[in-house]
Design a protein around this ligand. Structure first.
Ligand code: GLA
Length: 371
């Protein structure tokens, strides 16, 4: 179709010439509605991925760090921070005039065990863990003060039933660890936007829990600027109506909403595979990894329709949604190739393994262009 050539032209040209295309791209198409971005990896912010970098520079005006600002990366030892990769991430964003997101300060994953223990391996008490949390947040947020525009302060604090997840943070500090984390981040950079980031708030019980949590934080004067909806979605879940209702319910609390980790898993549901050593039987591998040679047309069409539908939902909330970030650039980068099962071929993003925009890209672009 004609439209395809018009869209593909600039993207390919950007890939070849390494410069910004003359014609509109996603960031232009969504322009005044919200920022559009991607989570990027080290090869991309170190400019070793020419194909990925051309797409990032042409298409996006905000970036998130896939891993380098998580506790385990930036603060691997009690006595040592390592900002080498994080500095390059932030410099990449500045060179390209992007809104730079920080992710994530307080989480239960990718956080070393020593964080919660004293030098002898005994659990820290509340005051000691609060001091450690404050030191981490002040050091990391403080380093990028005025440069990182917004932080995922707390990630995934809720259970599926809406109750507080019993993480070491919760066990040792208690419920107010969330308010404390926001307080410390605000002290460290009063201008930065501060976010609570979560998944599956489309589930009613979890949404209710999140609403109660955000309402309480707001009532206490905690500076929550936005709730991040991760949107690690599937072709058939969650429904567009439930995403729409979730965005509206959060907006009613007086916070903005960011779509922070968007991707769409097209593979069969699989039980979480724990160790890398766990080999799948040949039968299970074929069943769980059916598209090793390419995505069948019918599934490609479903993915395209699904991306169009989600874009339409986001565009219904221009005053509320301030950012839509994809969790990766091309299908080759996606964590979904290795989770929950290692070594599958997934197709969750807008650009294929060769960096070519997929029909799903056109659907997103078309939704943005018909506003
Ligand atoms: C969560 C985290 C992200 C990332 C994804 C999977 O959603 O917020 O940082 O780890 O899981 O990659």
């Amino acid at each position: 179709m004609l439209f395809r050539n018009w869209v593909l032209g600039p993207v390919l040209a950007a890939g070849l010439a390494g410069s910004a295309p003359a014609q509109p791209t996603l960031k232009d198409a969504f322009g005044d509605a919200f920022r559009v971005g991607a989570a990027i990896n080290a090869a991309q912010f170190e400019e070793r991925d020419a194909r990925g970098d051309a797409i990032i520079k042409a298409q996006f005006n905000t970036i998130s760090p896939e891993n380098v600002l998580k506790w385990a990366s930036v603060h691997p030892r009690p006595d040592g921070f390592d900002f080498s990769a994080a500095d390059r991430y932030v410099e990449f964003g500045e060179r390209n005039h992007m809104f730079i997101v920080g992710h994530t300060l307080v989480w239960h994953n990718q956080t070393p065990r020593w964080v919660f223990e004293d030098g002898k391996g005994a659990p820290l008490d509340r005051e000691a863990l609060l001091r450690r949390m404050r030191d981490h947040i002040h050091t990391v947020v403080g380093r990028y003060k005025g440069r990182i525009g917004g932080w995922d302060v707390v990630n995934e604090a809720l259970n599926e039933d809406g109750t507080m997840r019993v993480t070491p943070w919760m066990k040792i500090i208690g419920e107010d660890y969330i308010a404390k984390a926001f307080e410390f981040a605000h002290e460290a950079d009063p201008q930065a936007e501060l976010y609570y980031n979560e998944y599956a708030l489309e589930k009613e019980a979890k949404r209710k829990g999140a609403i109660a949590l955000i309402r309480k934080l707001k009532a206490e004067g905690v500076p929550v600027a936005a709730v991040g909806l991760q949107e690690h979605d599937r072709l058939d879940w969650p429904s567009a109506a439930d995403i729409d209702a979730t965005i509206s319910a959060l907006a009613a609390l007086g916070v903005k909403v960011n779509i922070t980790e968007l991707d769409i898993d097209v593979l069969p549901r699989a039980p979480r595979q724990r160790g890398a050593g766990e080999a799948l039987s040949a039968e299970a591998r074929n069943r769980l990894n059916p598209y090793t040679t390419g995505l069948p047309d019918a599934v490609q069409q479903e993915l395209t329709k699904r991306y169009g539908e989600l874009s339409a939902v986001f565009l219904k909330h221009p005053g509320t949604i301030t950012r839509v970030t994809f969790w990766g650039v091309t299908d080759a980068d996606s964590w979904l190739n290795n989770w929950p099962v290692r070594g599958r071929s997934n197709y969750p993003l807008l650009f294929d393994r060769n960096g070519i925009p997929k029909p799903a890209f056109e659907a997103v672009f078309a939704a943005a262009s018909t506003r």
